[in-house]
Design a protein around this ligand. Structure first.
Ligand code: F0G
Length: 354
């Protein structure tokens, strides 16, 4: 039974008995073994999919948002604000509604997936689309929240990281220890920061014996951490991670280096191939950004990076549900054929006749 991540991991989180918990019973998402996917992309490795699409608003952001909105309420805030490529705004809008707070959202005016935009709108957030990127929007949010009484709930809010670190706890609880590797998409770099913090804290408290190598993946057209310089016009079909100035830059690099991991990039074509392998080989539907680490595992495996690690376990965070971005499916796979509603034509269309 789900309790929500604050109840579940209370002793690891900055809450007290009087903290007014705002929860939609997020977390406790499945960790799905993916042997057919592993055979296809990285034979010899044991892949586990942390399916964060199963959270209430369909992404990992709910873990961070239950904490951020809970603390905003505790501190007396009346309204929250965020910039977003979509998922953060969906979560902020839902948790704000749950808490009876106003929510203000700045989105880039292009490339926000329809499911995410719909969520922010239906939960009653005030949504403004700015003619710019996510990075421009976040810059504005920082300025506005410094001047007006709005609580900032992007991942530069430390409570977001606190909530999101529980993803690492759940993986350790499910496996009985940390995995050997943790693969994750990287955009604004809050989540890789959060997972690494979670793994380190569980390890320090004796609840896990090892620490994973953190392997992060950016989209090739939005890979500032890999290329070593900010990107002013990031481009990728994985719109969730179309970010050129990651706010948690240093902490992502620290996660990489402290864990002896790496951060690499994958092309949109590689992402789309991985996106379809996930759905067709394992029946797991995640949005394109979530497929980046799967594409990354395939790339690293082909390059021999996992030599000497046969049998190693790899947890992959599938950060968002595939239904968030239905347009991408329609652009990626063949459409249904249309035939008259007769037995003959349907049998012929299915290739069943001899
Ligand atoms: N995957 C998905 C589905 C995301 O929505 C995001 C970030 C990431 C990966 C990257 O996580 O930023 O912590 O490195 N989405 C943010 C948003 C930026 O506004 O929804 P990160």
């Amino acid at each position: 039974m789900r309790h929500g991540i604050i109840e579940q991991y209370r002793q690891h989180l900055p809450v007290s008995d009087s903290t007014p918990v705002v929860t939609l019973y997020e977390g406790d998402t499945p960790l799905i073994p993916a042997p057919r996917l592993a055979q296809a992309v990285a034979p010899g490795l044991q892949i586990y999919l942390k399916y964060e699409g199963m959270n209430p608003t369909g992404s990992f952001k709910d873990r961070g948002m239950t904490m951020a909105v809970t603390k905003a309420v505790e501190e007396g805030a009346r309204a929250v604000m965020c910039a977003s490529t979509g998922n953060t705004s969906a979560a902020a809008a839902a948790y704000a509604a749950r808490a009876g707070l106003d929510c203000v959202v700045l989105l880039p005016n292009t490339d926000v997936a329809l499911g995410k935009l719909s969520q922010a709108l239906i939960h009653g957030a005030r949504v403004v689309a700015v003619e710019g990127t996510f990075d421009d929007a976040l810059c504005l949010v920082r300025e506005i929240t410094a001047r007006y009484p709005l609580a900032l709930v992007n991942s530069i809010n430390p409570y977001r990281i606190e909530g999101q670190k529980t993803g690492a706890f759940e993986i350790c609880d499910a496996l009985g220890d940390a995995p050997d590797f943790h693969a994750i998409p990287v955009g604004n770099a809050g989540n890789i920061t959060a997972y690494w913090k979670g793994y380190k804290e569980y390890h320090a408290s004796g609840k896990s014996k090892k620490l994973p190598k953190m392997i992060g993946f950016q989209a090739a057209g939005a890979a500032p951490l890999v290329d070593g310089a900010p990107v002013d016009r990031p481009q990728t079909i994985a719109t969730a991670i179309r970010i050129g100035h990651p706010a948690s830059w240093e902490r992502a690099i620290a996660a990489r280096d402290e864990s002896c991991g790496l951060i690499d990039k994958v092309t949109d074509d590689e992402i789309l191939e991985a996106y379809q392998l996930l759905t067709t080989l394992e029946g797991v539907f995640a949005e394109p950004a979530s497929a980046a680490p799967v594409a990354g595992l395939r790339k690293l495996h082909a390059a021999g990076w996992f030599r000497g690690f046969e049998g190693a376990s790899v947890a992959v965070t599938l950060t968002g549900h595939g239904l968030k971005d239905p347009d991408r499916v329609i652009k990626t796979v063949p459409h249904p054929v249309v035939v008259p509603a007769t037995l003959d034509t349907v049998v012929r269309a299915l290739g069943l006749e001899r």
